[in-house]
Design a protein around this ligand. Structure first.
Ligand SMILES: [Zn+2]
Length: 137
């Protein structure tokens, strides 16, 4: 038998119940208050998520339900339809020791070259071509 999702308004929570397909449209008893909970239709899910507070998961394990995924906290400070626990981290690849050293050396050499040019190059004179910056990823 398929699993259907229901929303209990007094509890402001979501729960799943296995039911016969022909019964799926009828309200299901809430596991907390035993009140009649309406089935969540896939098309109304986004409207449901945005309504009032934020739906919890029933039975209440202290978690919330966000776009079909269980999360520990209410969403905060992230884009609509995103949740801080569901955003995939995109860490920048760390530079290797050699790359860091190359970048540091280049910065130091470039600074020294600029200092030298300020003293050596006279107005109207073309400064020598700059060395290429080492290619880093
Ligand atoms: Zn309830």
């Amino acid at each position: 038998m398929p699993v259907y999702e229901y929303y209990c308004e007094p509890c402001d929570g979501v729960f799943e119940t296995i039911r016969m397909m022909k019964e799926s449209g009828e309200p299901a008893p809430c596991p907390e208050c035993e009140g009649a909970a309406e089935r969540i239709m896939p098309t109304s899910f986004s409207a449901f998520v945005m309504r009032g507070g934020y739906p919890r998961r029933l039975p209440d394990r202290g978690t919330y339900w966000h776009l079909g995924k269980e999360v520990k906290e209410k969403p905060r400070g992230v884009a609509p339809n995103e949740h801080q626990e569901l955003i995939k981290p995109r860490p920048k690849p760390a530079l290797s020791k050699g790359e860091k050293a190359a970048r540091r050396d280049w910065t130091r050499d470039e600074r020294a070259r600029t200092q030298r040019l300020k003293k050596e190059v006279k107005p109207g004179e073309r400064p020598p071509a700059a060395p290429r910056r080492p290619k880093l990823r």
